[in-house]
Ligand binder design. Structure first.
Ligand code: 5GP
Ligand code: ZN
Length: 125
């Protein structure tokens, strides 16, 4: 029997997923960059002067569901490129991937937070 997965799977996929809807242009977003596989847009509830979400256009629920290491590499490289574009790479920035309940993931579509424009603290909350 399959082991129950501890991560929440209640988030909608495809049709109803908020980030899939942004990719399809059904929900407006402040896009800062995209390519055929990836998109980057501003977070509507920014936690820093610069707060961007970098996502795969294809629906992947979380890092735990991400089986394509090539796509993960592209996602990370794209986050760094967006940080340079937003001129936060020299001062520094933080990249965050929240995964599942304890990770604090609220949208079940894989995303990297790119946060900059202020000094970050450690440990995270
Ligand atoms: P998580 O908590 O899953 O790591 O991050 C989800 C992020 O998505 C949150 O920072 C939240 O503010 C952002 N968010 C939620 N809904 C929307 C939306 O409709 N548009 C945009 N641009 N960001 C959203
Ligand atoms: Zn999605």
């Amino acid at each position: 029997m399959a082991k129950p997965n501890p991560l929440p799977r209640s988030g909608p996929a495809g049709e109803a997923c908020i980030f899939c809807r942004i990719v399809r242009g059904e929900i407006p977003a402040q896009m800062v960059g995209h390519n055929p596989d990836l998109a980057a847009f501003r977070d509507t509830n920014p936690q820093a002067p610069t707060h961007i979400l970098v996502i795969p256009k294809k629906h992947v629920a979380s890092l735990d569901d991400a089986m394509d290491s090539g796509l993960l590499g592209q996602l990370l490289a794209f986050a760094a490129a967006i940080a340079r574009q937003e001129k936060i790479s020299k001062s520094g920035y933080r990249t965050v991937i929240n995964t599942g309940t304890n990770g604090g993931q609220s949208v079940a579509h894989l995303h990297i937070h790119v946060l900059g424009g202020r000094a970050m603290t450690w440990p995270p909350g």
